[in-house]
Ligand binder design. Sequence first.
Ligand code: GLA
Length: 729
Amino acid sequence: MGIEFFEQDRVFKLDTPKSSYIIGIVDEENFVGHAYYGKKCRDHHLGYLCRTGEAPFVPSKNARDRLSFLDAFPFEYPTHGLGDYRESCISVRTKGGHSAVSLSYTGHKIYKGKPKLSGLPATFGSEGECTTLELICEDKALNMEVVLYYSTFEDTDVIARSVKITNKGKEPVYLTRALSACLEIDNQDFELLTMHGSWARERKIQYRKVGYGKQGVTSERGESSHQDHPFIALKAGDATQERGDVYGIHFVYSGNFFAQAEKNQFDVVRAVMGINPQDFCWKLEEGESFQTPEAVMVYSSEGLDGMTTSLHKLYRKHLIRGEYKDKKRPILINNWEATYFDFNTEKLIQIAKQASELGIEMLVMDDGWFGRRNDDNTSLGDWTVNEEKLNGGLNHLVEEVNKLGMKFGIWFEPEMISPDSELYKAHPDWAIAVPGREPGRARNQYVLDLSRKEVREHTYESIASVLRSANIEYVKWDMNRPLSDIGSMELDADRQGELFHRYVLGVYELQERLITEFPHLLLENCSGGGARFDPGMLYYSPQIWCSDDTDAIERLSIQEGTAMIYPLSTMGAHVSDCPNHTVGRVTPFETRGYVALAGTFGYELDVTKIPQEDRDQIPEQVKMYHKYNDLVREGEYYRIASYSVNHEYDCYMVVSEDKREALVTFIQVLNRPNCKSRKIKLKGLSEGLDYTIEGEEGVYAGDTLMNAGILIENPWGDFKGRLIHLTAR
Ligand code: GLA
């Protein structure tokens, strides 16, 4: 496996366990072309797939029609302005006002391991786990070096890519576009898979046929967003959940993104992924470099399931870090839906007391504990404890909670500033704003200009000093509005186009500092629910709040989309009270538990006020979590049925790595008359092993369970669920 260069053929072959990716160096000008990505090939002689032997011929053979070549060649990293009219990955603005770029290969390095990306999140792997190729290219006219990075993994079918661009000239040059990856594939009647939503409706799966022209997803909101997701996949028309070709590209980044698929005149699809060029302009002085964020590409010949397995493995083993990487997370109870802003020390202790008796392990104090924050109009930025509410102080509260045998966690929204705050009075220029314009408010707040060092310093210290003052073991880091009114009071006019990206780098720097100073802290990212659920954030926090919608039925499709590309261990999921606060739906407490079991598991309700029969179920749910969480967190996930598709029921399963244990979760949303049971074919088991089902007589052969399936009797009533636990004999 790994990466090889075949000098005579001028071909690079990048292998993962089940895929090959082939790059060819072409013509005297050393164009870098994409020859193949797909199922693993033994051979490397695939350079011919770059079609240099047929018209339009390479420039050395056909100088009179260079443009036809440039507009057809499958470039690895397409450039702008010289005749490739498809979506490009790089463009510039020079002193003379020109935008063109042309890249030629000049050399390469292949080595074991994978380099870090300075200031950016990125997947990682040891020398035994990864091999890296640096393809060094140059634009002689611009005096610019562009290094294309590719890393393969030994244990998962993923190739990680990023690009480093260096100005080797004397004059400054402005990068107006610097994407991270491009993929060229001959059309196979693709469908484009993307994820969309809104607040409380994140990551709903959408398919559309890839037509001529450009189609895709973007964010200009300064975060990955509720609305679109930094992920695209091309699914062959005949591919299914279990079979067929799927190519995915996921962006390891938390700001503006741009992901497009374009079918061109020759029926080839080009897909690109990177920082959104809108409002992006990065000045490179002599000798300076720009490092793009990382994009990860996955190829599966085993349909969507294969893509899911590869991405889950990548993120669990090669992206998530820290103490909780492979560890069970404490069952938490969060007071947001329980009290909103109306709480004090006594109320929180009452909740904690009752919760601890039921087996809950951590109290999380949400929004409203600082400044004068009794509603969402004030005090962001004033991270001092409101002692009127927290009478006795924060440390007292934490000690009382600890005495109950529980951990304590706290909520912050560090990136924000309320116009009504002491911080804003002192530093109005710290908010992102365009001079001469009153910045637009969202939830009555502005965004702090984290591109500025002193703003980052102050923000870090104000959070860290709270964390240093008490035994706080968990932080929920929230971000409740998108960026707008893009302007920094500090950046020069010709650097304002750097603000969006500098902001994201600022967030990363703060979170890196936080987990470095507090290595035992469990960090959970959040953004008005799931607006910043992305691989970038996972580098800092092993879990992310999935959605503000805690309704068990709404969660089925939100968690289905999320789990397609993220491990279950990352999905913040809680049992909340009914009628549900977002949709008013009433579902059985038991079902709410089954749905939350798919994620990190916790509660978001006032445990002192819920009906006794619900409260009585909590100890059972706590037991259920402890029994199954290792399997849920580390097992392989398989989608079996989707409620979004069949409108009746949802079903998925997890299987342990050794295939000796599995858990099927079946949720019947709507019952159906005259239908006694549903046949479910299981997945991921070992054909040769025999399994028993907990609570039932009999032994089932693995191949029978997968080929013939089991019958799940329809529960009586709507919104009912069942767990089916299988163990190999
Ligand atoms: C966001 C979060 C919620 C809660 C509130 C507090 O909406 O997603 O979970 O923390 O903020 O204001």
